[in-house]
Ligand binder design. Structure first.
Ligand SMILES: [Zn+2]
Length: 272
C-alpha cells in the first residue's frame, strides 16, 4: 500500500531540526508523497528547497496563509507570487491560502485576508495550478467566491463538520477535501468521511499540529496516515488497500504529479 500526506508544514519551525527524521518516518510508513504547504515567503523558499532536496517525495505548495497577513512585509505577497511563477515546474499547488473568521476576530483583518486570498486565487487561475484552502468558519463564504475564478482543482483542507451541508455542493463542483488524524476519533469528521465519495477525499496530517485522541502528546508525523486510511476503510466498509489505491489515484489526479516511485518497484513511474 502507498500512502500520501497532501497537507503538512515541513517548513514549520517545530520541524526544523527534524525534517530528515520526518522524511525517514514517511518512507518507513510507505508514505510516498508529502505536499509541504507554505505560510509566507520564508516558508515558501524553504518548501522549494525541501522539494529539491527530496525529489519525488516532497512537493512544494506555495502561498500566503490567512494567519500571516498581518505580519507580511510590504511586497511579500507579490514576492510569493513571483516565486510561484519562477518555479512553476516545481510548484504543485497554491497553498495554504484561505480565510479564517476566528483569526479575523483576534485582530487579523478580514479585509487584508480577503485581499491576499483574491491575489492567490488570481495567481492559481493564471498559472493553472490547484489550490489548497484553509476555511475555518469560512467555507460558505469561500464557496461563494470560488465561481468567479476558473480554477482547475480545489481542495478544502481539514473540511469541518460544521459545514457538512455543503458537501453535496463540493461534490457537484468536483472539489476535494482532506481529512487527517481526527478521522480516528472525531465523530463529526467520521460523519463527513461517511458522506463524501472516496473519489473526492485525500489524506493529510497538517503536521506539526498536534492531535487528541490516541495521538495525544505525540509529535505529528506522516506515520499517522496509515491509521487515517484504516479509519476511512472502517467507516466506508472497504478494504484498506482499496482505500489507499483510490486516495493515491486522487493524489495523482489532483496534483498531476508524475514520477512518484513505489518503494518496492523503484522504476515504476506513475503517470496521470
Ligand atoms: Zn495547514
Amino acid at each position: 500500500m502507498k500512502f500520501v500526506d497532501v497537507h503538512i508544514h515541513l517548513s514549520d519551525p517545530d520541524y526544523s531540526q527534524k525534517v530528515s527524521e520526518i522524511v525517514d518516518d514517511a518512507r518507513r510508513s510507505n508514505v510516498v508523497a508529502l505536499v509541504s504547504n507554505s505560510m509566507n515567503l520564508q516558508t515558501s523558499l524553504l518548501c522549494l528547497q525541501l522539494a529539491e532536496e527530496y525529489p519525488n517525495l516532497v512537493y512544494a505548495a506555495l502561498g500566503v496563509h490567512p494567519w500571516n497577513v498581518k505580519s507580511l512585509s510590504p511586497n511579500e505577497t507579490q514576492d510569493v507570487i513571483n516565486l510561484i511563477f519562477q518555479h512553476k515546474e516545481k510548484v504543485v499547488a497554491v497553498g495554504e491560502i484561505g480565510l479564517d473568521y476566528q483569526y479575523a476576530r483576534s485582530g487579523k483583518s478580514l479585509d487584508l485576508q480577503l485581499q491576499v486570498f483574491h491575489e492567490m486565487l488570481r495567481t492559481a487561475e493564471k498559472i493553472s495550478l490547484p489550490v489548497i484552502i484553509h476555511s475555518r468558519e469560512t467555507a460558505p463564504k469561500i464557496m461563494s467566491l470560488l465561481p468567479s475564478y476558473d480554477l482547475k482543482k480545489v481542495l478544502f483542507h481539514w473540511f469541518s463538520s460544521k459545514f457538512i451541508g455543503l458537501l453535496s455542493q463540493i461534490v457537484d463542483r468536483r472539489y476535494y477535501i482532506t481529512e487527517g488524524p481526527p478521522a480516528v476519533y472525531s465523530s463529526g469528521i467520521r460523519e463527513i468521511i461517511r458522506r463524501i465519495p472516496l473519489t473526492n477525499l485525500l489524506t493529510e496530517t497538517d503536521g506539526p499540529l498536534r492531535f487528541g485522541g490516541p495521538f495525544k502528546g505525540e509529535m505529528t508525523t506522516p506515520s499517522f496516515i496509515p491509521l487515517v486510511v484504516k479509519a476511512i476503510a472502517q467507516i466506508k466498509d472497504m478494504k484498506e488497500t482499496e482505500v489507499a489505491d483510490q486516495i493515491f489515484q486522487n493524489f495523482t489526479d489532483f496534483f498531476g504529479v508524475k514520477g512518484v516511485s513505489d518503494k518496492r518497484h523503484e522504476e515504476t513511474t506513475i503517470g496521470i
